[in-house]
Design a binder for this molecule. Structure first.
Ligand code: C2O
Ligand code: CU
Length: 488
């Protein structure tokens, strides 16, 4: 029996042409229907057991009549959804069916034991082609999470390897609808093949952007929702590169969770979501016949992530009040006793990043220089002047810091570059305390966006293990902006 939750069924997505910002190669719009499939599970000795096999699957991502795109997927369609409950023991059997690349799975934002964190050479051996690994953990917190490989991230995630991980148990009363909106761009040529996932200009700058935007794999996500209903929208930025400026038009939206962590509900104006960041919203849908939209105001051309149209008899009549979710039991850092450390995110000392940045991409001579630069893996970035080695995880650098388990820390995340960087710490849910540049509500997160020249202060209680700290723009972590802290 395949359990299905009502909220994931019958998600209609209408595929239509999408507007692409000028200058991008024009590919036809993808046509996958935006239906996210819950991953089936089996019970093994009373343990809910999922199976994920990474492999190449050809799908007509550019349209039913269009060419096949060689996706790398964990299931038969992009973005399978693992559904679990807080406190429920899970087993996830991963087998690597990729032809040549090793892989692993990282459970982003879930406070798993270190050995289950999915980082090759740090927490486990890489899973070689044909090999497998069994992950076992009990999610301690409810919320909206996701998973992805931790090897050749820009290539493997770029080609489609990612999934959504919903842990239930935070809502006191059921919502009238629970809708996942996972944004991801694809680097597709018009013949359906993939364009290079990384470029020197992108890796050394703001990242290499996709050519086609999708939500749940659909170019234009549209569906009907019940009228005057209280909906939960789970928005995930699963793109490798793009920062989204999220907003809602046509309905009142309240932020109820950030990176899956409950927050005292506040009215959404717009919220900047870097790659890997999530936002849960409570929205009262309008009267029947009217629509509301989820919009990225940050795009050069305003991009509608979703159009949701109210239909049927009104569900609610009273005034709308976004009920708070139950907070997770995250150990509270002792701010007075905490040790403060500074982490500077900057260009690698020996890098050509500054040089590449100084070139005008419209200058034909600059284009020749860019082309002539070696296109192999480069090192452009560093944390505290240490760059993750370009030949991957095999030659481990020393930890960025040695921390003490159970002790409180305040990390000053200092962005010393002209680009935004979403900074992610594995294994911890930290408190975002303040920014040197903007007013932000104190909230819990696993990834925090730092703007150019901004300093963001986070605090947490250290958990034992080796935990990665990196930018989640995948080309940045792949070209040096990654390290780890060792907690003993
Ligand atoms: Cu989603 Cu190392 O991260
Ligand atoms: Cu970055």
């Amino acid at each position: 029996m395949i359990p299905r939750r009502t909220f994931l069924t019958a998600v209609g997505g209408a595929a239509a042409a999408t507007a692409l910002p000028g200058g991008w190669p024009r590919a036809r719009a993808p046509s996958l229907p935006g239906v996210l499939a819950p991953l089936p599970f089996a019970m093994e000795q009373g343990i809910k057991t999922f199976s994920l096999r990474s492999r190449e699957i050809k799908l007509p991502l550019l349209g039913p009549e269009g060419p096949q795109t060689p996706l790398w997927l964990y299931a038969d369609a992009p973005l399978p959804v693992i559904q679990a409950r807080r406190g429920e023991p899970l087993r996830i059997r991963f087998s690597n069916g990729l032809p040549t690349e090793h892989s692993s799975i990282h459970w982003h934002g879930i406070r798993v034991p270190n050995a289950m964190d999915g980082v090759p050479y740090i927490t486990q051996k890489p899973v070689i082609p044909g090999g497998s690994f069994v992950y076992e953990f009990t999610p301690p917190d409810a919320g909206t999470f996701f998973f992805h490989p931790h090897c050749n991230e820009s290539g493997q995630v770029g080609q489609g390897l990612a999934g959504i991980f919903i842990v239930e148990g935070d809502a006191a009363a059921p919502f009238d609808g629970d809708i996942i909106l996972a944004a991801k761009d694809w680097r597709l040529a018009s013949d359906g093949s993939f364009l290079p996932f990384s470029t020197i200009k992108g890796a050394s700058g703001a990242g290499t952007f996709g050519t086609v935007r999708t939500v749940n794999g659909a170019a234009a996500f549209a569906r009907d929702v019940p009228a005057s209903a209280d909906l939960r929208l789970r928005i995930l930025n699963l793109d490798s590169t793009r920062v989204i400026e999220m907003g809602v038009e046509g309905a009142e939206a309240h932020v109820i969770a950030i990176d899956g962590n409950a927050v005292g509900p506040f009215l959404l104006d717009t919220w900047r979501m870097g790659p890997a960041m999530r936002l849960d919203l409570a929205v009262r849908s309008p009267q029947a016949g009217r629509s509301f939209k989820v919009i990225d105001y940050g795009a050069a051309e305003l991009y509608e992530l979703a159009i949701l149209t109210a239909d049927g008899v009104p569900i609610r009549t009273g005034p709308f009040e976004a009920a708070p979710l139950a907070a997770s039991a995250i150990p509270a850092p002792d701010l007075a006793a905490a040790e403060t450390q500074t982490y500077l995110f900057s260009a690698a000392s020996n890098s050509i990043a500054g040089f590449v940045d100084s070139l005008d991409p419209n200058d034909p001579l600059a284009a020749v220089i860019l082309d002539s630069l070696c296109t192999g893996d480069e090192t452009f970035w560093s944390i505290n002047k240490l760059s993750w080695p370009r030949d991957g995880h095999e030659k481990l650098p020393p930890p960025l810091a040695r921390l003490q388990a159970g002790k409180s820390y305040r990390f000053m995340l200092q962005n010393g570059t002209p680009h935004p960087h979403p900074i992610h710490l594995h294994g911890h849910t930290f408190t975002v305390l303040s920014s040197s540049k903007r007013q932000i509500p104190v909230h819990q997160a696993d990834t925090v966006l730092t703007a150019p020249k901004e300093r963001v202060e986070i605090a947490f209680v250290a958990r034992e293990g080796d935990w990665m700290l990196h930018c989640h723009i995948l080309e940045h972590l792949g070209t040096g902006m990654m390290g780890y802290v060792r907690v003993t």
